[in-house]
Ligand binder design. Sequence first.
Ligand code: SDX
Length: 391
Amino acid sequence: ANGYFTYDPGFMATGSCESTITYIDGAKGILLHRGYSIEELARDSDYIEVVYMLLHDKTPNTEEYRDFKDTITRHTLVHDQINNFFRGFRRDAHPMAMLCGSVGAMSSFYHDDLNIHDPEQRLRSAYRLVAKMPTLVAMCYKYNIGQPFVYPKNELSYAENFLNMMFSVPAEDYKISPAVAKAVDRIFILHADHEQNASTSTVRLAGSSGANPYACIAAGVASLWGPAHGGANEACLNMLEEIGTVDRIPEFIARAKDKDDPFRLMGFGHRVYKNFDPRATVMRESCHEVLAELNIDDPLLNVAMELERIALSDPYFAEKKLFPNVDFYSGIILKAIGIPTNMFTCIFALARTVGWVSHWHEMLSQPGQKIGRPRQLYTGEAQRPYSKIDK
Ligand code: SDX
């Protein structure tokens, strides 16, 4: 319709859609958010500015930025009853199980932004979700490890606040490293949105039925959890731990090539990018910066770097267009920062919340929006008579 692609309006009711938010060219490795390249945003912007731009289709001026940052900051506290809600989970629950449950429960705590037909209420719930996800993700972590929840601090930036809620303890404050906060903010930017990926499509489909924003985002969290999608960064680190040492890499490379072996290299390949994932290029730079900055010499990270080197030089992976994706490097950075593997997908969900709510808000803003109804190709039995049995 706008020169990038055309669509058949008839497909609109089947889950396909028109959107102005993100453009991907998988063959050329191009990723634009509202027309801005991911490389420039990751280098020169920050996550709060990207959130504003994704939701409002323009970058903010200085005053708009400061007002928006203050608005998000003032929504970071969660209803105190949510503390009790968490107490219902087992301590060893997977953090994504707790995040999925607590996000879905938010509609029972916030009742003034559930009218999905009111643009102002839609944006209010979008701001609440973006603001509260770091608090909820940190609560999942603290509950898992048996430490008390840490309240947000309004003087900290979005990424600093998240790190403080994750790692501060009553006995001593967490010393925030600007380099680490910058790396985390960049991870948030690089995971913010990605067009019609599985979890965003899930949110759109849920939203098309008129479900409340918190239920829709909980559906997105659930979809992202899968190891083929957002669960890949956790699966990638688990794979690196299974490989264990550099000398075992060839064994796993062989398994990845074996058609009869379901094993896949986690953190490699992509549904859309068939050359390189531009986010991975930026993330790779950030990864090496963080490892140098923190002076990390972790054998697991050495395995990751050697696996990357071998895969990038192996003709098989070039032929199959299998390159390290965004999840390969993000997992390495998060581990270097000291975030446990089982928290990785929660952090992906935190960052992707703005993409989910932006697509949800955009879809509900479009006139004549219908409930999504993907069709099927029926390959089952033709009609046949039913015979009752003696029960
Ligand atoms: C994300 O959609 C999005 O935008 C997602 C995402 C986002 O931001 O929302 O970008 C985030 O989900 C990134 C992907 C994270 N997932 C992983 O890293 C898991 C490991 N990768 C895969 O499981 C796989 O690569 C997929 C699911 C990502 C893509 O799978 P496809 O669509 O089947 O890949 P393909 O069709 O391009 O595969 C081509 C060939 C196939 O072999 P043949 O059938 O042609 O013989 O490559 C093989 C695949 O079997 N292959 C792999 C492989 N990925 C594909 N072989 C070994 N290891 C792999 N990782």
